[in-house]
Design a protein around this ligand. Structure first.
Ligand SMILES: Nc1ccc(F)c(C(=O)c2c[nH]c3ncc(Cl)cc23)c1F
Ligand SMILES: [Fe+3]
Length: 300
């Protein structure tokens, strides 16, 4: 029988401004949670037309953007562009350097575009790799009903209850599961041994921990529950008396045994390399050549 993963801590995401007029609830990447390899940042973003994330660079990490509502356009300095629609994901490997803009899709009806952006550290040997994108469309994401249909799990990446995700999308191995729990649902979700794992609650309230054992902890909306590495499964349930479904993501990733030195969107393994990244971006070199004179159409 699976040994439950216990919770190291659960805390409320910090709401703050980011980009141009965008709002994010940041949980990973705030002072209360750093050094959680391979995870660098988790933003639960809300961006309305007229706001967004205009032209900005990245080096040394992968960004995973999961659209929950609306649509976000992206355009980069190679001219690549596209739209991430509700239910879709984009896995962007910045590698040696990307400059891009991420803006609400023009024809939104004024409502907010909502999603998650997770930053995952790249292994040292891939810090300067060629940038790349992998899109995962909603239709490609398998889902599995468990606990007599009281729970539904979208297997974005990894495995759940005998269902495998379609393909490995990031270089750094991550599992991403989108779990909906109706009142009374109970789910036991195995995770790879020794990986770092967390769960961010999007809607409703859940209870983590195995019935009859200690360490049961209620966690509410917009809270991030960080698990200890010991144990091999997450036990989570939605109270039978709950009046609404709960929705959470469960994410796990391999810890990378390397230094993390970060300055905004530049994430490398030494201060010298971060200084070099800033210089490269300013002098349009070593991967930022196409930043020279570039301006996005969508970020104007
Ligand atoms: N200023 C600044 C500096 C560095 C950035 F990476 C960004 C940025 O793009 C984002 C930070 N959170 C996000 N959530 C979702 C999306 Cl789609 C984008 C972002 C940004 F705005
Ligand atoms: Fe970005």
């Amino acid at each position: 029988l699976a040994v439950p993963r216990t919770i190291k801590k659960a805390f409320l995401a910090v709401e703050q401004s980011e980009g141009q007029g965008a709002r994010v609830r940041r949980s990973i990447g705030t002072p209360s949670l750093r050094n959680f390899s391979p995870f660098l940042m988790l933003d639960h973003f809300s961006v309305k037309p007229g706001a967004g994330f205009p032209d900005h660079p990245h080096r040394g990490q992968e960004t995973i953007t999961y659209l929950l509502e609306g649509a976000v356009d992206h355009e980069d300095f190679t001219g690549a562009s596209g739209t991430i629609n509700a239910g879709d994901l984009q896995f962007m490997t910045a590698g040696k350097g990307i400059q891009h803009a991420e803006m609400p899709h023009q024809n939104t009806d004024g409502s907010a575009n909502v999603g998650l952006q997770l930053w995952v550290d790249l292994p040292e040997k891939l810090k300067y790799c060629e940038p790349r994108y992998r899109d995962l469309r909603a239709a490609e994401i398998p889902q599995v009903d468990v606990d007599g249909g009281k729970a539904t799990i979208k297997v974005i990446s990894g495995q759940s209850h005998g269902v495998d995700s379609v393909k490995d999308l990031a270089y750094t191995p991550v599992w991403i599961l989108d779990v909906t729990l109706r009142p009374g649902a109970k789910v036991v979700q195995p995770l790879p041994q020794g990986w770092n794992a967390f769960s961010y609650v999007l809607e409703g309230d859940v209870i983590f921990g195995k019935e009859g054992e200690g360490n049961r902890l209620p966690v509410g909306q917009y809270h991030n529950a960080v698990f200890n590495q010991e144990g091999d499964a997450v036990y989570v349930e939605n109270d039978p008396d709950a009046i609404k479904d709960a929705r959470l993501v469960i994410v796990a990733g391999t810890p990378l045994d390397q230094e993390v030195v970060q300055y905004g969107p530049f994430v490398l393994n030494s201060r010298e390399e971060v200084v070099q990244a800033i210089t490269d971006f300013q002098t349009h070199s070593n991967g930022f050549e196409r930043s020279e004179g570039w301006q996005s159409e969508i970020g104007k």
